[in-house]
Write a protein that binds this ligand. Structure first.
Ligand code: HEM
Length: 169
């Protein structure tokens, strides 16, 4: 049973990486798509681009974010990575989620208030997405020790609960 659970690590890594590529790719594409919303253009063009951004956000990017977080959370326990770089990574994941919600807010505003809408410049949302992505990739690929940062004990020590299987060291 234990061996079977641990044998799912590659599978969850594949799901994690496929989902995060879709999530991050979508978050980079959406600001560029949103900057094409021009209420002064043809109504049909406006409707088409509005539907495209809405569908990409709700049917692709948000489910991909959910899969990334579920697979990543499962990997924390399977790989036993209760280490500083992982906690630092989670801080940047929170920033990425904030950028995700902000872009969703712009998508909703475009749909609800077309008359008040001017196409947003993509620079700021793109920056809000790129900074956490680059920071996460540096942390997860370099896995720095981050010895200078002290973490509270409750983050680093088992709290008495026990997984039903051993994790590899
Ligand atoms: C709540 C969200 C997330 C959690 C809990 C999480 C957790 C994890 C864990 C535990 C691993 C395995 C690490 C290891 O095997 O040493 C991993 C791998 C990875 N994560 Fe995440 N992650 C999350 C979001 C993200 C995001 C948003 C990105 C990219 C922007 C990302 C990029 C990666 C990459 C590239 C790997 C493979 C690293 C390797 O195998 O060396 N993760 N993640």
């Amino acid at each position: 049973m234990v061996e079977w659970i641990l044998s799912t690590i590659p599978l969850f890594k594949v799901v994690h990486i496929a989902a995060l590529l879709t999530w991050c790719g979508g978050l980079l594409a959406l600001p560029l798509m949103l900057s094409r919303h021009d209420p002064d253009g043809l109504a049909e063009d406006y409707r088409r681009i509005r539907h495209a951004t809405h569908n990409v956000y709700t049917l692709v990017v948000t489910p991909a974010a959910v899969f990334t977080v579920i697979a990543g959370t499962w990997l924390i326990f399977l790989r036993g990575v209760f280490v500083p770089w992982l906690f630092a990574k989670l801080v940047f994941v929170v920033l990425l989620v904030v950028a995700h919600v902000w872009i969703g807010h712009i998508v909703a505003k475009v749909a609800e208030l077309p008359e008040d809408h001017t196409p947003p410049r993509p620079t700021l949302p793109l920056l809000a997405v790129c900074v956490p992505i680059v920071a996460i990739l540096i942390l997860v690929l370099a896995k720095p020790a981050l010895d200078g940062i002290t973490f509270p004990d409750w983050l680093l020590e088992p709290r008495g609960g026990q997984l039903p299987f051993e994790v590899p060291s």
